[in-house]
Design a protein around this ligand. Structure first.
Ligand code: TYD
Ligand code: MG
Length: 522
């Protein structure tokens, strides 16, 4: 007794090593291995040797096996069970949104981790969910739900519930940080669900380290998992993740729990996104969209346009701004890509667009559109022309802080740059020759090419400047038609199929490559 064993656990991926290494052998990240001490007895001790007794032989009979918790034949497992019946269904639009993200309702006996930055609204979300589960009992059974907080007192949670106008009769509040105490008290109530706020504040007696430390996080979560599996009571666990996501906790916990939901949102925005990143009981590509209000979170039912800035009207033309259509989960979103090209500063500044993708698009543009601009210069000024190698820095920004991960947004990025850039090489050069007394960027901004407000761009760009087909293009175009867009630029190969769908008022323009896009739009 009293002997302890030391492991090294990667704080990024949860990989365990017996020895310290410079980098994690699993995910190859440097410096992420942290020591993790296990006291003997903590990991359940040694497994004793197996003996096949005569009794055990008999239990190979399927019915007996099932009763004793042994392996069960597949056909016996699924017989007569309707998944939507055993999941806890949540009512209303708010509940529906949460259900969708969690894969169709809360699964009894599952452990769900809800992660997110401090202050993003996790406590609020789960208090509302707890109330909802308590309010919708099936078969009029009473359905207590326990909300446990290690961060706030019962009075504070009560105040919050008041603000959210929650008065579910069967919602129980409890303030504690001792896991054993929590599970004991919870078992007495036999609730329909348990919420624990947060994993960083709870601790298990007999485990080394302070609450929030690696060993406590792992052991507490494992204990909660055993509890939920044994009792069938679902546990919703809150976990704080900081901005870089490098906190030891939730990353390691992802491997233990059944479902991981992340709550995201910008500080200044009232929208909150709930994303499923792991789900043992459903798909992970659903995205929930909520809006924050005084009275709590509300589901946003038509979020297509939520990422658009609203200031401009129908007839506005905006330079350096192009609309892309992306699909996240089963939802379509319109997003705005902004570009700015400045001659005086160097490099790229990207926000929401990946560096490699932006590099590629800019290079293809230089190759494809750059040549064209050179021709212009020569026609206009046949005098001493040595084109300066001007490498203006490009700023790219995706409005509202979402990131553009789909290649379907390539064309919008290119269009945004073009609308700033088409005459840029020309202008930068001219300014040396003729307008040298003017501010270069000022001249450039006079001649940039604004894009009409009701044009959208869909397409992936290949290295030869060709436009490639993207997935689910009909769905994207349908969303545009619904929102009253007038023109949509798509890859040539998609033009016919979309035209056949016959969208009224939406002109679908197919283009083979970037040159064609520039000819047709600018
Ligand atoms: P909170 O739920 O406490 O965040 P977390 O548990 O993730 O740290 O929410 C942070 C603050 O935002 C809190 O003061 C309440 C407020 N808030 C609202 O007023 N309305 C809302 O819809 C949400 C989600 C939060
Ligand atoms: Mg909180």
């Amino acid at each position: 007794k009293g002997k302890s064993k030391e492991y090294w656990v990667c704080t990024d991926c949860g990989h365990t090593e017996a020895k310290w290494w410079g980098a994690c052998n699993a995910c190859k990240t440097f410096g992420t291995l942290k020591p993790f001490v296990v006291k003997e007895g903590m990991d359940g001790g040694k497994v004793s040797g197996f003996e096949v007794s005569e009794n055990a032989m008999k239990s190979w009979l399927p019915e007996q096996n099932a009763r004793q918790g042994g392996p069960v034949r597949l056909a016996d497992v699924n017989r007569g069970v309707n998944p939507s019946e055993w999941r806890i269904q949540l009512n209303g639009t708010f509940g529906g949104e949460f259900s969708r993200v969690s894969g169709g309702g809360v699964v009894p006996g599952s452990l769900i981790l809800v992660g997110g930055d401090p202050g993003v609204g996790k406590s609020t979300l789960l208090l509302q969910i707890a109330a909802l589960i308590a309010e919708s009992p099936d078969n009029s059974k009473s359905a207590p739900v326990v909300y446990i907080s290690g961060e706030e007192s019962i009075e504070q949670i009560g105040n919050r519930a008041d603000r959210l106008s929650i008065n579910a009769e069967d919602l129980f509040l409890y303030s504690s940080t001792d896991v054993e105490d929590i599970l004991k008290k919870v078992s007495l109530l036999c609730p329909r669900a348990v919420v624990i706020d947060s994993v960083q504040t709870i601790y298990l007696q007999g485990v080394t380290g302070s609450p929030g430390g690696m060993s406590q996080l792992k052991e507490c979560t494992a204990a909660l998992l055993r509890f939920s599996k044994k009792t069938g009571i679902p546990v919703l666990l809150i976990g704080h993740v900081n901005k870089i996501g490098d906190i030891a906790g939730p990353r390691v916990l992802e491997h233990i729990v059944d479902t991981v939901l992340y709550m995201e949102g910008e500080k200044h925005s009232t929208y909150r996104l709930l994303r499923s990143v792991k789900n043992r009981f459903g798909s992970t590509d659903e995205l929930g969209v909520f809006e924050m209000a005084e009275s709590g979170l509300q589901a946003v039912l038509n979020p297509s346009e939520m990422f658009m800035s609203e200031e401009h009207s129908e007839s506005d033309h905006l330079a350096g701004l192009a609309v892309a259509v992306i699909i996240d989960g089963s939802r379509t979103f319109l997003i705005e890509v902004q570009a700015l090209c400045v001659a005086d500063s160097i490099g790229k500044h990207l926000n929401g667009v990946s560096t490699s993708r932006a590099d590629m698009i800019i290079s293809v543009l230089k190759k494809q559109a750059g040549l064209k601009m050179q021709d212009c210069v020569i026609i206009l000024f046949t005098t001493t022309l040595v084109l300066h190698a001007v490498a203006p820095s490009v700023f790219l920004n995706v409005v509202s802080g979402v990131s553009l991960t789909e290649t379907a947004g390539d064309l919008a990025v290119a269009a945004a740059i073009c609308s700033r850039h088409v005459f840029f090489f020309l202008l930068a050069h001219l300014s040396h020759q003729i307008f040298w007394h003017l501010e270069r960027n000022y001249v450039a901004s006079l001649l940039e090419f604004p894009l009409p407000n009701n044009v959208a761009f869909i397409g992936e760009i290949g290295l030869g400047g060709e436009l490639r087909m993207v997935s689910r293009i009909e769905k994207r175009v349908t969303a545009l038609a619904k929102l009253g867009y007038k023109t949509c630029i798509v890859p040539k190969s998609a033009e016919k199929a979309i035209a056949a769908l016959g969208f009224e008022g939406l002109q679908v323009v197919g283009c083979k490559n970037l040159k064609e896009v520039i000819d047709k739009v600018f």
